[in-house]
Design a protein around this ligand. Structure first.
Ligand code: OXD
Ligand code: MN
Length: 580
């Protein structure tokens, strides 16, 4: 065996006995190994070469058309007690889940190669990082894991040193939606995923480990694993303020993480630390410190264009893997919102015909190393992480929710996060455009009962001397004609500036029933075509409709029953009282 870690070698032997692969390959994470796997997948058709003149090192993967998104209804948290998983999760008893999965995995790798993929979530030498090993029969997963995590020999050495690691077992199986499950065993630090090759179901370091299992571990160990981007905002004086922000899937986290300030912000710069996941730890100095456990982006392609996210477009010109995008006549990757060119093949490889729907799948993706990004922050490698001054929650809401407001204090901020809601998108299977509660953007990702998760969030008031301020934003308000009222994208810098000015005590705010909003002249609107009346509408609080929203929030909280922290009900009562 290729490791001195007994537990790992015994597990690999057991899995091989069960799945019966033709051969076992231990992955070292080297360039040579990556090149070998790419060559092999070009041969089998798992990868297709894109135009190597315009996009050197870029490839296209077309997934099974039935396997294009996370499958929340097939994702389970398997704790001994059902209440530990909570109403927010599908639950299955561990023994039942194991026997179901053992049957599916039985002999499933016959004729296939089993890859053993050691990985580290977070900088390899950071005490805040955690390791895992994914066993998979998908070479597509291996090459993606190499971009998304610190994968290979260095991670294995760390596992041999630390001895603790998460065990993830994955097989694409027959890609049969009827034989597909994503199981999590937080008490055993195990993940088992069968029947899907799609990112969030198959790249086990990401949602399965870094959110579901990590959130469970974080509660036990006194930290937080969150569905948040991390950015550093540098002002013309060279001072950097770090913000962590949670938005549901496909609500623009990647765009915000790579924002380019508008021309009216000379000397300002936004640095990207992460676009999806954030691990937050209380530091010795009483502040909250963040690392991005990932090393790459698995971003949504549609909508990524020169006006929405020029940094992302720039980073996708080389060494990227595209999944389910369309291609142009000269074999460049294409998706809706990228350019005016016309695609010739759609995401399924058919001749493009608008009658078949969008050319790129709405949840088509790119995988690329974070180091490709022009706004990449070298602080992403800092073993200590970066200090967080503000936490921002947000959702996609056509009406009611103002452009920005600030919570009164930490406890109120936890209520704001717990009551987040958003219209659904294509990142998960199911209907899109339906408003659903998505607390802290963690609805599909929290590995335990939300009631206890909120209690854990509340406990940080005692763990930190300098609590981050908490904000809520909504870029997605629409007018009566259905047009967006706020320009969004780079212009969101104006809201971020107000947020960091609040953190440094440089600006006052108006108090409303639901929180603080900017005073009418406090948002910098220079060179922006926004009428004062429109801004007023974007910031106004409609007391009557907010009272109804607070009733909905109350119902939502009460679903969590006896374990719900009383503080959240007190907070809800307090706001509801101000609105009546
Ligand atoms: C993602 C998601 O892939 O949230 O990041 O769905
Ligand atoms: Mn995400």
């Amino acid at each position: 065996m290729n490791t001195t870690n007994q537990e790992l070698s015994a597990w690999v032997t057991d899995v091989a006995r069960l799945t019966q692969p033709e051969q076992i390959v231990w992955c070292d994470g080297s360039q040579a190994e990556y090149d070998r796997l790419v060559a092999q997948m070009l041969e089998t058709g798992d990868l297709l070469e894109l135009n190597q003149q315009t996009h050197p090192g870029c490839y296209l993967h077309r997934s099974d058309p039935q396997d294009v998104a996370r499958v929340e209804h097939l994702t389970f948290i398997c704790t001994s007690e059902q209440d530990d998983a909570g109403p927010n999760n599908n639950w299955m008893a561990p023994s039942e889940a194991h026997s179901k999965m053992d049957k599916l995995f039985d002999g499933c790798m016959r004729g296939r190669t089993m890859y053993v993929v050691p990985y580290c979530m977070g900088p390899i030498d950071s005490p805040l990082s955690r390791c895992g090993v994914e066993i998979t029969d998908s070479p597509y997963v291996v090459v993606n894991m190499r971009m998304m995590t610190r994968m290979g020999s260095a991670a294995l050495q760390r596992i041999e040193r630390d001895r603790v690691f998460v065990k993830g077992l994955h097989s694409t199986g027959e890609l049969d939606p009827e034989r597909r499950f994503i199981m999590h065993f937080p008490e055993e630090l195990q993940i088992q995923s069968y029947g899907s090759g799609y990112g969030g179901n198959a790249l086990l370091g990401k949602k399965c480990h870094a959110l579901r299992i990590a959130s469970y571990q974080a509660r036990q160990e006194g930290w937080l694993a969150e569905h948040m981007l991390i950015v550093g905002i540098e002002n013309p004086q060279g001072e950097k303020t770090y913000i962590a922000a949670a938005f549901p899937s496909a609500c623009g986290k990647t765009n915000l993480a790579m924002l380019i300030p508008p021309a009216s912000y000379p000397g300002w710069k936004v640095w990207t630390v992460g676009d999806d996941i954030c691990w937050l730890h209380p530091g010795d100095d009483g502040r909250l410190w963040a690392i991005n456990p990932e090393a790459g982006f698995f971003g949504v392609a549609p909508g990524t264009g020169a006006s929405t996210n020029p940094n992302a477009l720039a980073m996708l010109n080389k060494d990227a893997i595209f999944t389910n995008v369309a291609v142009t006549a000269d074999n460049q990757p294409w998706w809706e919102g990228k350019s005016d060119e016309r695609p010739v093949k759609d995401w399924q490889g058919r001749d493009y015909d608008p009658a078949n729907g969008p050319a790129a799948h709405p949840n088509s993706r790119f995988t690329v190393s974070i180091k490709n990004c022009p706004s990449y922050s070298p602080e992403s490698e800092a073993a200590t992480g970066v200090p967080i001054s503000a936490i921002v929650f947000g959702g996609r809401r056509e009406s009611l929710v103002p452009l920005v407001f600030e919570a009164f204090d930490w406890q109120h901020g936890v209520l704001v996060g717990a009551s987040m809601a958003s219209e659904t998108t294509a990142a998960a299977t199911g209907a899109t455009g339906v408003v659903r509660r998505d607390p802290m953007a963690m609805k599909p990702f929290c590995g335990y009962n939300f009631a206890e998760y909120w209690q854990h969030w509340l406990s940080f008031a005692d763990k930190l001397d300098r609590l981050p301020r908490i904000f809520h934003v909504n870029w997605f308000r629409k007018d009566e004609q259905g047009r967006f009222m706020w320009p969004g994208f780079g212009e969101n810098m104006r809201v971020l500036e107000w947020i960091i000015n609040r953190c440094s005590g440089q600006t006052d705010a108006s108090q409303t029933a639901i929180g603080y909003v900017p005073e009418s002249n406090a948002l910098n609107l220079s060179e922006l075509d926004i009428e004062p009346a429109l801004l007023q509408r974007l910031l106004e609080i409609d007391q009557q409709n907010w009272a109804v929203e607070l009733d909905h929030i109350r119902e939502h909280l009460e679903r969590f029953g006896a374990r719900l922290p009383a503080t959240l009900i007190e907070q809800q009562d307090n706001i509801a009282g101000k609105l009546s």
